[in-house]
Design a protein around this ligand. Structure first.
Ligand SMILES: [Zn+2]
Length: 303
């Protein structure tokens, strides 16, 4: 096994703004001793690599096509520092004309029966606050789905099953599993990947449990499927195992970690990063220049 580094370079074809953002490095293997500069090989695809290899890190950078030579030089130095023998360089063009294809959102939003408010009187263990909690949860989901539809997502895979008493109990215990949604996502992805073989297909999910099913249903997944998800470091310890398993899948396009782009995608007029916990948050009014940005939970802890 040769230790190897995967690099994705997002090149803007004709963008005039010089968006040479920070290089991001995600380590996915064990740290290795440094290698001498000048010995790191450069490959343009994984098919060029002559033997089997281990991916030890993924680096990405955004910039103009004209800066490519500089990126490569910087990457090769960085790779030597990380102990890599070689680098695979992927170019992802974000040039004008890149179009989003079909988008689907899949989730279930429970339909409440007309007598739902009387459940606490009729059933043991159902409390008025459960009814309230459920209504709020459904409202939030409904709003989320509406936003997605406004953004061009199809709602064909949104389920609206009638809630049952046993489901409410499972939901309250956080033990309810949406099998139907996972199955639908895999089916939609496979259909899309096969019928549009020349396109790229993205699975946006917070749950890496879906990946094994994708691998079985579409063994060619590594070619044109990639995942957008939350960053493993930010997930609670009990979820880490599943999220880290992303690294075991041979995606040709490395995962997009949403946390790396929060500042760009969060809604709100004034977006800040908390000085204490680095969470990104938005406010309706600006924070005075003299004050250091502090999120609500951190502010609560300090006062
Ligand atoms: Zn904070």
């Amino acid at each position: 096994m040769i230790p190897l580094l995967v690099i994705t370079s997002l090149l803007h074809g004709c963008e005039s703004t010089p968006h040479y953002n920070r290089t991001k490095v995600v380590n996915v293997g064990t740290p290795l001793p440094k290698k001498p500069y000048g010995n790191v090989k450069l490959y343009q695809s994984k098919e060029e690599v002559p033997s089997s290899y281990d991916v030890i890190a993924i680096m990405s950078v955004e910039g103009k096509a004209g800066e490519e030579a500089q990126f490569i030089k910087a990457f090769l130095y960085r790779a030597a520092d990380l102990g890599a023998d070689a680098v695979i360089f992927y170019r992802v063009s974000l040039a004008a004309g890149t179009e989003l294809g079909q988008r689907y959102i899949s989730t279930s939003i429970f339909t409440l029966p007309s007598d739902f408010d009387s459940w606490p009187d009729r059933y043991d263990g159902v409390l008025p606050q459960h009814i309230e909690q459920m209504r709020r949860n459904l409202h939030a989901r409904d709003r989320f789905v509406k936003w997605a539809i406004d953004a061009g997502y199809s709602d064909a895979a949104v389920y609206r099953p009638m809630i049952k008493r046993w489901i409410l109990h499972k939901l309250l215990d956080k033990a309810y599993q949406e099998k139907q949604v996972d199955t639908t996502v895999v089916a939609l992805l496979v259909r899309s990947a096969i019928t549009h073989g020349d396109d790229y297909h993205c699975v946006v999910t917070g749950d890496a449990d879906i990946l094994p099913a994708i691998r079985v249903a579409y063994p060619e997944y590594s070619k044109n499927v990639f995942v957008a998800t939350t960053h493993p470091d930010e997930l609670a310890a009990e979820h880490r195992q599943t999220s880290f398993s992303i690294a075991r899948f041979q995606f040709r396009i490395p995962p997009v970690y949403l946390q790396d782009h929060v500042a760009k995608i969060i809604q709100g007029e004034y977006v800040y990063e908390c000085t204490h916990c680095h969470r990104v948050f938005a406010r309706a009014r600006p924070i005075p220049k003299s004050a250091r940005p502090c999120c609500a939970p951190c502010h609560g802890k300090r006062t």
